[in-house]
Design a protein around this ligand. Structure first.
Ligand code: WT7
Length: 657
């Protein structure tokens, strides 16, 4: 199999990692999850999920748990009706928790706001009425392009309330990326802000919307939240949030929708240049988001303060800031800014201020904290923390141990949670209080989930063996397809192990001697940079759209902080000019990629080369380029059409140094 680079560490550690951390008796005794959960799910999977669905309020109960007759398109809780927003907001007010803080919002410049469930209900109701006043209702698509302000969450829940699908686009994406995502799903409405705070300074956001909307005729209106008070250009489609929403009634009766009513589309990178609109629906999604959030994080709604540091632009923000936590009546911190604004202790200051007890973040940030130094968290009182989580990429054991020691006071369980935009919710993770945790391993599928490591033939590998991660049973929060592209859905996920009917996750994995699962990174042309998926093709397309570039090949090279870093090899066009390979020109190329996709896709390094290594059929051999990018001896070149190409590349790079 193709191993993703940069996973060498995980593999080495796998051979030597033997530390395990059993839960304390005290933790185990109070844990939401108990060992019996595994047996219960195993005895009758569908009955298990039916029981989990009871955690929600259903307006009409379902009459069938799972309909898999149209595989690979699942239907869960068939015939059931519910309102997702009601489940996340109103029912907590009705059960007497209206005064409980739902969101402790912390703005980057230091402003803050505590929003109770009663207030959340009023805000979401007003926003829902505003959507209705614009004629937005069931099945309509609404793009949300916003920083981490409370209105972003109100907007998502308002969509859910009226049955519209939200299409949240990360605020760090470019106008171009926003435009394609709006166009692909024909959004009728965009909700945005005038600007966003980034590292202490307000940066404009609305101009990107103006640029995108100019070329997206499906958009009828743009609602603008005033956040930074920056001057913005105004078009006749624009309306201020405070004028439209604040004048609405704060009463709104939610309508119950079918369990399979679409809830949202979220775009993610695939192996081609075109992002995939991953489609999620209501009942099954909310059931699994809620179940996993309560059990994996051991949430106690009356006493915990939870904080997930993701952005709502990613699936983690959808499932573990909005739907899972709010359905469980969480009290949570939502932070707008970057972790080092205005100083590198900002997260720990926030943990101390609110007494955060559950903290969920990404390995790339943990490694950044390591770089900043253990003396920084040491300055704060972090004793409130009792569960730590990790998501987005494999966490190396060193970072895991550092996290436990320096953030978790050497006592907290760490849950390493494996899942994807497509899976909708956590699939593989230890259950705290039940499983002895092991640094670097996501360990085992959650009760109710089927996951295996198989070889090329789809046969499960023995303990100690490696192969591909597959999901061998349908699960409630699974994607229901790719927006507008049934073929691509079947091809991408269900064709690799068609005979077995397995979902192909695209990740390499291995079992250790105990049968625990270790994730080894992507096996396709998808890079993982700081826990964000970026396709090599997407970056290549952006590069070749620049007038000086003839050809480009992009690889993910291992990076100590970001997991993988983007390294690009470009061939310049004849007549591109003598200085086209110079520092300024390289900078222009990096900026060009940022403009086309977003700053997260900026290559770490761009190398100008005379040729690219290709097979006789013209496929670029990224493996060889990765060897160059990671300063390794170049591997087997015998399948190259012209085996001298690698010498040319190496010689060119040497002389360039
Ligand atoms: C890909 C999914 C799930 C929310 C964030 C990313 C990688 C995710 C882990 C983990 C090892 C992980 C996989 C996966 N990944 N979590 N705990 N250990 N790898 O969502 O953008 O859909 O990316 O992220 O490669 O396929 P996403």
């Amino acid at each position: 199999m193709t191993q993703s680079p940069g996973q060498g560490n995980a593999l080495d550690n796998l051979l030597t990692e033997s530390r395990t951390f059993p839960p304390s008796d005290e933790f185990a005794a109070q844990a939401n999850a108990q060992p019996a959960l595994y047996e219960e799910a195993k005895a009758d999977r569908e009955a298990f999920w039916a029981k989990q669905a009871e955690r929600l309020h259903w307006e009409t109960k379902w009459d069938q748990v799972l309909d898999w007759s149209g595989a690979p398109f699942a239907k869960w809780f068939v015939g059931g009706k519910l309102n997702v927003a009601y489940n996340c907001v109103d029912r907590h007010v009705e059960s007497g928790h209206g005064d409980q803080v739902a969101i402790h919002w912390e703005g980057e410049p230091g402003d803050s706001r505590a929003i109770t469930y009663a207030e959340l209900q009023r805000e979401v109701s007003k926003a829902a009425n505003a959507l209705t006043s614009l004629g937005i209702g069931a099945e309509d698509r609404v793009a949300i392009y916003m920083p981490m302000v409370p209105e972003a969450i109100f907007a998502m829940l308002a969509c859910a309330r009226v049955g519209a699908l939200h299409n949240v686009v990360f605020g760090g994406f470019s106008a171009e990326a926003l435009r394609t995502r709006i166009q692909d799903s024909a959004c009728r409405l965009v909700i945005t802000t005038d600007g966003q705070y980034r590292r202490g300074t307000p940066a404009p956001l609305k101009p990107a919307v103006d640029e995108a909307v100019a070329d997206a005729p499906s958009v009828e209106k743009v609602i603008v939240v005033k956040r930074t008070d920056t001057e913005v250009a105004w078009t006749d489609k624009d309306v201020w949030w405070h004028e439209l929403v604040d004048s609405q009634s704060d009463q709104h009766t939610p309508e119950a929708f079918d369990s399979e009513h679409p809830l949202f589309i979220l775009y993610t990178s695939g192996t081609t240049g075109k992002p995939k609109g991953i489609l999620h629906t209501s009942g099954g999604y909310l059931t699994q988001a809620s179940y996993t959030h309560q059990n994996v994080f051991d949430l106690k709604p009356d006493t915990d303060v939870y904080w997930c540091t993701a952005d709502i632009g990613w699936v983690t923000g959808h499932s573990y800031i909005v739907y899972g936590p709010l359905s469980n009546r969480v009290t949570q911190v939502v932070y707008e800014g970057t972790p080092n604004t205005p100083h590198e202790g900002r997260h720990w200051e926030i943990v101390q201020k609110y007494g955060v007890s559950i903290y969920y973040t990404a390995p790339t940030l943990i490694r950044t904290f390591m770089k900043w130094g253990a003396d920084i968290p040491a300055k704060y009182d972090l004793s409130s923390l009792r569960v730590l989580g990790s998501v987005g990429e494999p966490i190396n054991p060193e970072a895991w141990i550092w996290y436990r020691e320096n953030v978790g006071g050497g006592k907290t369980p760490i849950v390493d949670t494996w899942w994807q935009t497509e899976t909708g919710a956590i699939m593989i993770s230890p259950l705290p209080g039940v499983i002895s945790t092991k640094p670097g391993s996501a360990q085992r599928p959650l009760p109710g989930i089927g996951a295996k490591v198989v070889n090329d033939e789809g046969v499960e590998v023995p303990a100690g063996g490696g192969g591909y991660l597959v999901l061998d049973e349908p699960w409630p929060s699974m994607l229901r397809g790719i927006w507008g592209d049934e073929e691509r859905y079947r091809d991408t996920y269900w064709s690799r192990f068609k005979d077995q009917g397995f979902y192909f996750a695209g990740d390499g994995a291995k079992y250790d001697a105990d049968g625990d699962i270790w994730l080894l990174g992507r096996v396709d042309d998808v890079m993982n940079v700081s826990g964000h998926r970026i396709s090599t093709t997407e970056v290549e397309s952006a590069l070749v759209s620049h007038p000086t570039v003839a050809e480009a090949a992009v690889v993910g090279a291992s990076d100590d902080t970001t997991g993988q870093g983007i390294v690009a090899f470009v061939i310049l066009r004849g007549g591109a000019g003598a200085d086209a390979g110079g520092a300024d020109a390289i900078k222009a190329l990096r900026d060009h990629v940022a403009k086309e996709i977003g700053p997260i896709a900026k290559p770490r390094q761009i190398m100008v080369v005379p040729e690219l290594p290709k097979t006789r059929s013209g496929k670029i051999m990224r493996r060889l380029l990765r060897d160059v990018a990671e300063n390794r001896a170049v591997g087997d070149v015998t399948t190259l059409a012209d085996s001298s190409v690698m010498d040319l590349i190496s010689a060119g790079l040497q002389s360039g140094k």
